[in-house]
Design a protein around this ligand. Structure first.
Ligand SMILES: C[S@@+](CC[C@H](N)C(=O)[O-])C[C@H]1O[C@@H](n2cnc3c(N)ncnc32)[C@H](O)[C@@H]1O
Length: 266
């Protein structure tokens, strides 16, 4: 008999971030990791997307940083997020901006916000889901013809490399890389590969327009930069190589622009 789904996962087997908001805010966004992620996205998004103030569906919007970025550039944003605790913090951060909120999981969006949408963003969410492939198909189905999906996923290949660098050789050899979503652990339950995203995009009829790696060096450093000059130098290195072969493929996150061709229907 199989084990029952543990209670920290949703009925769909997803890790909603209830109970994780503080840890997520401090350990991901409270330091250099988060600074680099936001600084790189700030440069990459205008290069990788065609932006003209179109409405945005932001899926799994967490603490609201990405919603704020788009709202500040004149987009109306619909932020969906199933964890009430995360949503409250996003609302507090985004007061006065043109953002609407839906306390709902991605799987409910075809009913609750069917669009179709000209621009959907979904960053660092699929790796927290029990069935990321089905979720990818759901996102693809919400895209209007010509619509763009900005997708960022936690890179399984980078997770393997960072485990080896840290000396977790047996774990890497056994390919036991994913987390279990227990307690306050922030290792994703479904880390993803470029091959999976390529295959799912083809299945859904989406074209891969642009790719990048977010943090291609930082997570492998033996010694993090100690001062502002070092941090700026690292950012410039990350920026120079984030779209270059072979470095982008080992970014901690893989960032994609996926397009629904004009002539196809969702
Ligand atoms: C690692 S955080 C990323 C938050 C934000 N997108 C960012 O990049 O900072 C993952 C988020 O996905 C949310 N999430 C988990 N399961 C989800 C689901 N089924 N639908 C939508 N969001 C989900 C979590 O609650 C959490 O806020």
């Amino acid at each position: 008999m199989s084990d029952p789904v543990p209670s920290y996962l949703s009925p769909a087997g997803d890790r909603h971030f209830d109970g994780l908001a503080d840890k997520f805010a401090s350990s991901l966004y409270g330091g250099l990791r988060g600074e680099l992620r936001l600084a790189l996205l700030d440069r990459l998004l205008p290069e990788m997307l065609e932006l003209h103030g179109q409405p945005v569906l932001e899926v799994g919007g967490g603490l609201g940083q990405l919603a704020g970025w788009f709202a500040d550039r004149g987009h109306d944003v619909m932020l969906c997020e199933p964890a009430g605790e995360m949503l409250e913090r996003a609302q507090a951060q985004l007061q006065g901006r043109s953002v609407r909120y839906l306390e709902t999981p991605l799987q409910a969006l075809p009913n609750e916000a069917p669009g179709p949408w000209p621009l959907i963003t979904c960053h660092a969410v699929l790796e927290w889901l029990g069935d990321p492939r089905a979720a990818f198909a759901t996102l693809a189905g919400l895209l209007a013809p010509g619509g763009q999906l900005s997708l960022m996923v936690f890179n399984r290949d980078a997770l393997r490399l960072s485990n080896v660098v840290k000396g977790n050789l047996e774990k890497a050899l056994a390919d036991r890389l994913e987390g279990k979503g227990q307690r306050k652990r922030l290792t994703p339950i479904s880390p993803l590969t470029h091959e999976q995203i390529t295959a799912w995009a083809a299945e859904a009829g989406l074209e891969m327009r642009a790719t990048a790696g977010v943090r291609v060096f930082h997570d492998y450093l033996r010694q993090p930069p100690q001062d502002e000059v070092g941090r700026e130098t690292l950012l410039e290195l990350e920026w120079r190589y984030c779209r270059a072969e072979p470095h982008w493929r080992l970014g901690r996150y893989l960032l994609y622009t996926l397009i629904r061709p004009e002539e196809s229907s969702p």
